[in-house]
Ligand binder design. Structure first.
Ligand SMILES: Cc1ncc(COP(=O)(O)O)c(C=O)c1O
Length: 393
């Protein structure tokens, strides 16, 4: 495999610690796999855009021409990559996807109304929803006959027919790595439409899909879906830019447009100017770099396929269809009375992962592993964990 000689293989823990990311400084001395950051160098076109912004000292409030250029570039990018036709005027810069979610909660549903979150879920969906005084209704995913996790549409329908007004869709799914099919998205849209509810569609991982899987923007599955949903996207996962604070809110509903127009300007000012410039470069010129990253990640998944089959019995590992996130049933690890598998592994193996319990009740006993790291480091992480994996059935 040519990836065996890929330059990413040469990246060392020392270099990554020196780069000083949150991932590599939070638990010093451990190998981290707990935060969705990639351990690869920046895409050259993005780096160049940032260097230019330093040279020209573009650090003021977000200028309209800079915002407009990003909107146009995003519109072109969405048409080119997903066949999604969105006018630049429907695209709004925001600081990040979580801010977009908070805006959706504050502006699109009744204050205090419950929100349906299929679980396991990206952890901040649970905490942020509660923080802004909306109760969370966790709806555990259910496996279909082939073992593929599915949203429990019956349970979701029941809650949306009741008090809940919004459901959070995460596609591609963090932490399960699913890329929803057209049929799955349509089935959700029928339930939501019938209940008169809203979908917050988090598509931050959309550029990171693999093999034959294709990302389908939720708003494209039907006119109803476009009208009852709001979508958040960002270059921050695929091009590794979360610290630059820039995401895009895509408003496809005329009703939502009316509700959001009055706050659009103030919201856009929470996007950082360098982040908008970097995002524009990523969407416009970052394709070749991303192709290479996707190929490298596919090689990491090949390693995981083999390693989990050989050493992690009962882990329920499924190769990610999208994202670089791996979900493992860790109940096979004898945690010897430790508080969680995460605590146990950090102490005994020097590997830091996310405790699945933080992803909701359904995540208890599971681990979330970020696989976007040089392959030798991934191999080392897996080898350190393997001796503790006990289940043999
Ligand atoms: C599904 C999902 N949504 C949102 C975020 C956070 O995005 P942002 O930093 O733009 O708020 C992440 C980060 O990992 C994520 O995986």
């Amino acid at each position: 495999m040519s990836a065996a000689t890929h330059p990413f293989d040469q990246i060392t823990p020392e270099w990554l610690e020196g780069r000083g990311s949150m991932k590599w400084t939070r638990f010093p001395g451990t190998l981290p796999g707990f935060v969705a950051e990639m351990d690869f160098p920046l895409a050259p076109p993005v780096k160049k855009a940032l260097q230019t912004s330093v040279d020209s000292e573009q650090f003021g409030y977000l200028p309209q021409p800079v915002a407009n250029k990003m909107k146009q570039t995003t519109s072109d990018y969405l048409a080119r990559t997903h066949g999604w036709s969105v006018e630049p005027s429907q695209i709004h810069p925001t600081g990040d996807v979580l801010q977009a979610y908070e805006i959706a909660l504050r502006k699109l549903v009744t204050p205090g109304s419950p929100v349906v979150i299929p679980t396991p879920a990206y952890m901040p969906f649970l905490t942020l929803t509660t923080m802004v005084d909306h109760p969370v209704i966790e709806v555990p995913m259910v496996a279909d006959d082939s073992g593929r996790p599915q949203m429990d549409l019956e349970a979701i329908a029941t809650h949306l027919e009741g008090e809940a007004e919004m459901v959070v869709l995460c596609n591609p799914h963090n932490p399960l790595g699913l890329v929803y099919t057209d049929a799955e998205l349509r089935a959700l849209s029928e339930v939501v439409e019938k209940a008169g509810a809203v979908v917050f569609s988090d598509e931050i991982h959309a550029p990171l899909v693999f093999g034959t899987h294709r990302h389908i923007p939720y708003a494209t599955v039907s006119e109803h879906a476009a009208e009852h949903s709001i979508t958040a996207i960002s270059a921050s996962k695929a091009w590794n830019l979360p610290g630059l604070k820039c995401a895009q809110l895509v408003v496809t509903s005329s009703r939502h447009k009316e509700l959001l127009d009055p706050v659009a300007f103030i919201v856009s000012q929470s996007a950082a100017t360098p982040g908008v410039l970097a995002t524009t470069a990523a969407y416009r010129d970052g394709g070749a770099w991303l192709d290479d990253v996707r190929e490298y990640l596919s090689g990491n998944f090949d390693l995981l396929d083999q390693f989990t089959a050989d050493h992690f019995p009962g882990s329920g590992y499924r190769r990610p269809e999208g994202t670089y996130i791996v979900w493992l049933d860790a109940r096979g690890i004898d945690i010897q009375g430790a508080e969680s598998p995460t605590e146990f592994l950090r102490e005994h193996t020097g590997v830091s992962l996310t405790d699945g319990a933080r992803c909701g009740e359904a995540g208890k006993g599971h681990l979330r592993l970020i696989a976007a790291t040089p392959r030798p480091i991934l191999q080392e992480i897996l080898e350190r964990i393997a001796p503790y994996w006990q289940r043999t059935n």
